[in-house]
Design a protein around this ligand. Structure first.
Ligand code: ADP
Ligand code: MG
Length: 382
C-alpha cells in the first residue's frame, strides 16, 4: 500500500484533532457519526466540517452511508498518519523515503531522523490480504464473534498487536545482544528500527565459508531457544547479511535476524514443530544454494531446551509477557493469523516449496495454493 505523506505537513491542529476523533470514535462505532466527531474533537462544527472534507479528500477518512445515519471511518491511510505523526513527535522519524519491502502483511520504508540518519519503518497491515478462491470460503466462518463486534476496527487492532509484539521481542533480543536491528520506536501499527546495511540471505549467491555461516545460524536458533524463544519464520528472507570489516583487513559476513510477529515461547504447544521447521529451512537453503550439507544431525529441540534458564540465562518469553504483551494478546494475534492463513515468509521459501512438491505433504490441505503469487514477497533492497 502506498504511503502518501504529501498532506502530512499541511494538517493543522484542528485537522489532527478531527482525525484523532474519528479514530477514537471507531473503537465503538463502525461508522462514526459527524456530531460525535465534532464532540470528540472539541472544535466548532464549522471547523470540524472543514477538517472532515480535507481529511476525506486526502483519503485519511472515508464517508460511509449507513442505514440510520451517515458518518466516517478511519482508513489505513488515516491510521498511518496518526502513527507517523506520533513517531515524528517523539523524534523517531523525521521524513519518509522509499519503500523497500512489500510483504503480504507489512510495508517497509526507509525513513530519516532529523540528522538524516536512515532508519526502517515497518507498517503492519493485517487484514489487507484478500483471500484467494477456496481459501476464502473455508475461512470466512473463522471471523470470531469478537472480531465481528469490533467490525472495521479489527484490522487496526490486529495490526497494532503485531507491531507491539514485534517491537517487544526486538527490544528484548537487542537487550541481550542478539544480532537484530536496534529498536527505535513504536506507535499503533508501526515500528521503527535501525537500517541494516545488507541483503537478505535469499539474494546472496555465494559465501566464502558456508559451514561457518551455517554454524552461526544454528547457534542463533539454539541461543534463542535458551532464552525461551523460537523465531518461527527463520529463513533466507528474514536473515539479513551485513558485511563487516575486520581488523585483519578481511570482510566478515554478519547475519542479522528480523521479522518477529510469529515468535513463540518454548512452552507453546507446537514449539518443537516450529523449532524443527526453522532448522529445516536453513538446512534446505544451504544445501540448495551453497551445496552445503552438515555432517551433523540436529540441532534438536530437546537438547536446545536443556539450556533454558541455565546459568541465570534470562527467559525472554516470560519477560516480554510481563512487560505488557500478555498471553491473551498473544493468543488473539495467533488465532487471527492462523484463521487468515498468515504463516510468514517460510511459505515463500524455495526450499519449502520444492520440499512440498517432492514430499507431497499430506498434512496441508489448503495451504499449497496460497504460495503462488507470493514468490519474492520480500522485496529487494535498493
Ligand atoms: P515481512 O513481515 O513483510 O516479511 P520483514 O520484517 O521480513 O517483513 O521485512 C521485509 C523486508 O524488508 C526484508 O526481507 C528486508 O529486505 C527488508 N527489511 C526489513 N527490516 C529491515 C531492516 N531493519 N534493515 C534493512 N532491511 C530491512
Ligand atoms: Mg519477512
Amino acid at each position: 500500500m502506498k504511503l502518501d505523506t504529501k498532506s502530512l505537513r499541511y494538517l493543522n491542529p484542528t485537522d489532527w484533532r478531527t482525525l484523532t476523533a474519528v479514530e477514537t470514535g471507531s473503537r465503538n462505532h463502525e461508522v462514526v457519526p459527524t456530531p460525535l466527531i465534532a464532540n470528540l474533537s472539541k472544535s466548532s462544527v464549522g471547523d470540524v466540517q472543514r477538517s472532515i472534507s480535507l481529511l476525506a479528500k486526502a483519503n485519511l477518512i472515508a464517508k460511509v452511508k449507513n442505514a440510520k445515519y451517515d458518518g466516517y471511518r478511519l482508513t489505513y491511510g488515516g491510521l498511518d498518519y496518526l502513527a507517523l505523526h506520533s513517531l515524528q513527535k517523539s523524534n523517531a522519524a523525521y521524513s519518509v523515503g522509499n519503500q523497500i519491502g512489500v510483504g503480504k502483511e507489512s510495508d517497509i520504508f526507509v525513513v530519516s531522523d532529523e540528522k538524516g540518519e536512515q532508519r526502517v519503518l515497518k507498517i503492519h497491515r493485517l487484514g489487507r490480504v484478500s483471500f484467494k478462491k477456496g481459501v476464502r470460503n473455508k475461512r470466512d466462518y473463522a471471523r470470531t464473534k469478537a472480531q465481528k463486534e469490533r467490525g472495521a476496527g479489527s484490522w487496526m487492532y490486529m495490526s497494532r498487536l503485531a507491531a507491539v509484539k514485534e517491537f517487544s521481542f526486538l527490544k528484548a533480543l537487542h537487550e541481550v545482544g542478539l544480532s537484530v536491528p536496534t529498536p527505535l520506536g513504536q506507535n499503533r501499527h508501526q515500528l521503527i528500527m535501525s537500517l541494516i546495511d545488507g541483503f537478505p540471505l535469499r539474494q546472496i549467491e555465494k559465501v566464502p565459508n558456508p559451514a561457518g555461516l551455517y554454524a552461526e545460524l544454528m547457534d542463533m536458533l539454539i541461543r534463542l531457544c535458551s532464552l525461551g524463544l523460537i523465531h518461527g519464520d527463520f529463513n533466507e528472507f528474514n536473515i539479513l547479511i551485513r558485511e563487516q570489516d575486520e581488523e585483519n583487513g578481511e570482510i566478515k559476513l554478519v547475519p542479522v535476524l528480523i521479522d518477529f510477529p510469529q515468535m513463540v515461547s518454548v512452552d507453546h504447544p507446537n514449539s518443537e514443530f516450529y523449532f524443527n521447521r526453522d532448522v529445516e529451512c536453513v538446512k534446505r537453503f544451504f544445501s540448495r544454494r551453497f551445496g552445503f550439507v552438515s555432517t551433523e544431525d540436529g540441532p534438536f529441540f530437546k537438547d536446545a531446551k536443556k539450556l533454558l534458564g541455565q546459568d541465570g540465562i534470562r527467559r525472554l518469553d516470560v519477560e516480554v509477557e510481563a512487560s505488557g504483551f500478555s498471553k491473551k494478546m498473544a493468543k488473539e494475534l495467533e488465532t487471527y493469523m492462523r484463521d487468515h492463513g498468515i504463516d510468514g515468509d517460510a511459505k515463500n521459501s524455495e526450499a519449502i516449496h520444492e520440499a512440498d512438491e517432492s514430499e507431497a505433504s499430506a498434512s496441508d490441505d489448503d495451504d499449497g495454493n496460497e504460495n503462488e503469487d507470493h514468490h519474492g514477497g520480500a522485496s529487494d533492497m535498493g
